[in-house]
Structure formats: structure tokens, C-alpha cells
Write a protein that binds this ligand. Structure first.
Ligand code: HEC
Length: 164
């Protein structure tokens, strides 16, 4: 477990060009609304945030996005359009913070998405959205998540109530 966490920390500390690069194909025509534009995730590499995000993911996202983030959750498999595959590192690397935050906040119930992606702005706090995005982002970076990392991560969690 120690080794695993050390590996995670090492991998997460790599500098990844998250908000650079070309636009994601679909995003070329999609403008992030002014209310969301320019927002930045304070937590991409924060292990505590990723761990907190793993709990949120299990509860709120896994059904559709799948245990490994491949878009193949029990419900996700039945949807059209299908949920995003977060293991596509190219896609994730080309997707900007503000775009992801907007998509989780407002969901997909409007054009051009017209999808079953729910809006979470009334369900999750801003901090929780960044946490779950930090976890989702880890799917694309770490083969770490190959064997249900959610579960692995949970084992290393501090006890409930043990905050700093
Ligand atoms: C009811 C099923 C469902 C649930 C639950 C769900 N999603 Fe989605 N999500 C989708 C679908 C379908 C899409 C693809 C269509 C779209 O982009 O709207 C999607 C797309 C997304 C995208 C956009 C990806 C991109 O590249 O454009 C993000 C980010 C996302 N989901 C994150 C989450 C997070 C985080 C949660 C949990 C807090 C979550 N989703 C819960 C169905 C779901």
C-alpha cells in the first residue's frame, strides 16, 4: 500500500499539460459560458482531494461512467450518447478545467449535448466538483486505476473525522 501511494504521488507530480493543447474535437464549437470561463482546478495533484473525489465518484458517477471511468457503467451502457471515457488521456489532456467544471455543474440536458449527464451544481459544492474531477482526471494518467483503484485508495484513507 505504501509503495502504491508513493507511485501515485510520483505519477501525479508529473507536470501534465492540462489546459494546453488543441481543443477536443467536439469542443471546437463549444464555448464555455462566461460564468464558468477561466475557472481552474486547485486540486489536480492533491492526493487528499483525489481520495475525497473517489468517494464522490463511487456514489454519484460510477453508475454511468463505470468503475474504471471507461463510460461503461451499468446505466451508462444503455445510454445514447454514451458517457465520456475518462481513460482517453488525449481527450482528458485537451479538455480544460473550466470546460469540465461547467459540464459537471450544468450536465448535458441541452444542445449540443442532449445527454443524460445530470447537472450537479445543486448537489455538489464547488469544492466537491473539483475533487471529483481530480479523481476522474487520474483515470487518464495512471494505469493505477487498473484494478479498481477506488477500493485501493479507500484503504489508505484517514479515519472519519480525522481532518487537518
Ligand atoms: C445518468 C448518467 C450519468 C451520471 C450519473 C454522470 N454522468 Fe457524466 N456524462 C454522462 C453522459 C451520457 C455523458 C456524455 C454526453 C455529454 O457530454 O453530455 C457525460 C459526460 C460527462 C463529462 C463531459 C466529458 C467531455 O469530454 O465532454 C464529464 C466531465 C462528466 N460526464 C463527469 C461526470 C461526473 C464527475 C459525474 C459524477 C459527479 C457524472 N459525470 C455523472 C452520463 C452521466
Amino acid at each position: 500500500m505504501k509503495v502504491w501511494i508513493a507511485g501515485l504521488v510520483a505519477l501525479l507530480s508529473l507536470p501534465f499539460p492540462l489546459s494546453q493543447g488543441l481543443a477536443h474535437e467536439r469542443m471546437e464549437h463549444i464555448k464555455v459560458p462566461a460564468d464558468y470561463r477561466g475557472k481552474k482546478n486547485p486540486y489536480w495533484t492533491d492526493l487528499r482531494a483525489i481520495i475525497a473525489g473517489s468517494r464522490i465518484y463511487k456514489e454519484k458517477c460510477e453508475l454511468c461512467h463505470g468503475p474504471e471511468g471507461k463510460g461503461d457503467g451499468i446505466l451508462g451502457r444503455t445510454l445514447d450518447p454514451r458517457p465520456a471515457d475518462f481513460t482517453q488521456s488525449r481527450m482528458m489532456a485537451e479538455t480544460r478545467d473550466d470546460y469540465l467544471f461547467w459540464r459537471v455543474s450544468e450536465g448535458g440536458g441541452f444542445p449540443p449535448f442532449n445527454s443524460a449527464m445530470p447537472a450537479f451544481k445543486e448537489v455538489l459544492s464547488e469544492e466537491e466538483i473539483w475533487q471529483v474531477l481530480a479523481y476522474v482526471h487520474a483515470f487518464s494518467h495512471i494505469r493505477l486505476l487498473e484494478h479498481r483503484p477506488g477500493e485501493e485508495i479507500q484503504k489508505g484513507l484517514p479515519e472519519e473525522g480525522e481532518e487537518d
